[in-house]
Ligand binder design. Structure first.
Ligand SMILES: Cc1cc2nc3c(=O)[nH]c(=O)nc-3n(C[C@H](O)[C@H](O)[C@H](O)COP(=O)(O)OP(=O)(O)OC[C@H]3O[C@@H](n4cnc5c(N)ncnc54)[C@H](O)[C@@H]3O)c2cc1C
Length: 262
C-alpha cells in the first residue's frame, strides 16, 4: 500500500506540473512542425557551424585536443519506414554542408563490428565529432582560464541587480561590480532574468541515463544512436560511447520540474 500511494502521489505531482507547463508544451508542439524545424535549423546553423572550430582552438590551447574524436557518429534504424521518413532531413543536412552516408547493416558493421545486426539501415555522419572524456575537457578549459588570469568566485546568481550604470552580484568574497554580465545558467536562467523583466521560453526537461561496462571484446569507437528505441520508454534508447570501455544509455526525458542546484 505505501508503495501504491507514493506512486499515485507521484502521478498527481506529474499531472499538476504538466498542467503548469501546458502552454509551453503546446508552443513546443507548434514549433515541432516540419516547416518550423527547418526554419529553426536555418536560424541555428551559423552558430552550430562555428562550434567545432571554436572548441578545437580552445582544446589545442588547453592541452585537451586528445579528447576530441573525429570519427563521426552512427544512427541505426530498425525499419525501412523509419529510414524513409528521414530522407528530407538528410537532404536538408546536405544543403547545410553536413555530409551523411546511408548504409545497410553490413556497412554499419564495417565501421562498428560489435553492433548486433538487429537494425536494417544506418546513417553515418562522418563530420560529427565527440568527446572521449567531457569532464577532462571541462577541467582543462577551467585550468586554462585560471592560467590566463581568470578568477572564479562563488555566489548566488539571483543576487544580480542593477547598480549605478552597471551590475552587482554578491559572492562569498563580497560584492562584485561589473559593466557586463553573461548569464549562463542553463535552464535556471529565468531565475535571474525574469525578475529583470526578461522572459525566456525555457522549461526543464529532465533526462535519464545509465552507464554500462562493455565487454572488452566488443568495444564501440564512436557514438551510436539506436533511433528506434527512442520511442520506447522501456528500452534504453541511445548508446553513446563516451569511453571505449563504457556505454552510456540515455532514455526518455520528462518535463518534471527543476532540481535546485546546491
Ligand atoms: C541526463 C543528461 C544527459 C545529457 N547528455 C548530453 C550529451 O551527451 N551531449 C550533449 O552535448 N549534451 C548533453 N546534455 C545536455 C547538456 O548537459 C546541456 O545542454 C548543457 O549542460 C547546457 O550547458 P549550460 O552551461 O548552458 O547549462 P548547465 O550545464 O545547466 O549549467 C548551468 C549552471 O548554473 C548553475 N546555477 C543554477 N542556478 C544558479 C544560481 N542561482 N547561482 C549560481 N549558479 C547557478 C548550475 O548549478 C549549473 O552548474 C545532457 C543533459 C542531461 C540532463
Amino acid at each position: 500500500m505505501p508503495a501504491a500511494r507514493s506512486q499515485a502521489n507521484g502521478c498527481v505531482r506529474a499531472i499538476s506540473r504538466t498542467a503548469g507547463s501546458a502552454g509551453w508544451l503546446l508552443a513546443f508542439r507548434a514549433n515541432s512542425r516540419p516547416d518550423r524545424i527547418v526554419e529553426n535549423a536555418r536560424a541555428n546553423r551559423p552558430l552550430f557551424a562555428r562550434a567545432i572550430a571554436e572548441h578545437e582552438a580552445l582544446m589545442l590551447e588547453s592541452g585537451a585536443a586528445r579528447y576530441l574524436r573525429r570519427n563521426g557518429w552512427i544512427k541505426l534504424y530498425r525499419s525501412e519506414a523509419a529510414f524513409e521518413a528521414l530522407r528530407p532531413d538528410l537532404e536538408l543536412a546536405r544543403e547545410f554542408g553536413v555530409p551523411n552516408e546511408p548504409l545497410d547493416a553490413a556497412g554499419a558493421r564495417k565501421l562498428e563490428p560489435s553492433l548486433n545486426p538487429v537494425f536494417k539501415r544506418a546513417v553515418f555522419w562522418p563530420h560529427v565529432v565527440s568527446l572521449s572524456n567531457p569532464l577532462a575537457v571541462t577541467k582543462a578549459y577551467a585550468a586554462r582560464f585560471a592560467a590566463l588570469g581568470g578568477v572564479t568566485l562563488k555566489g548566488d546568481a539571483r543576487s544580480l541587480h542593477r547598480s549605478g550604470q552597471g551590475w552587482r552580484v554578491d559572492t562569498e568574497q563580497g560584492p562584485l561590480d561589473t559593466s557586463e554580465v553573461v548569464v549562463a545558467l542553463g535552464p535556471w536562467a529565468p531565475d535571474v532574468l525574469e525578475p529583470l523583466g526578461l522572459k525566456l521560453p525555457m522549461q526543464f526537461k529532465r533526462g535519464y541515463h545509465r552507464h554500462f561496462k562493455t565487454e572488452t571484446s566488443a568495444p564501440l569507437s564512436r557514438p551510436v544512436v539506436d533511433v528506434a528505441a527512442v520511442t520506447s520508454l522501456r528500452r534504453w534508447s541511445r548508446a553513446f560511447a563516451h569511453h571505449r570501455r563504457r556505454i552510456r544509455g540515455a532514455g526518455c526525458g520528462s518535463h518534471a520540474g527543476a532540481v535546485r542546484p546546491s
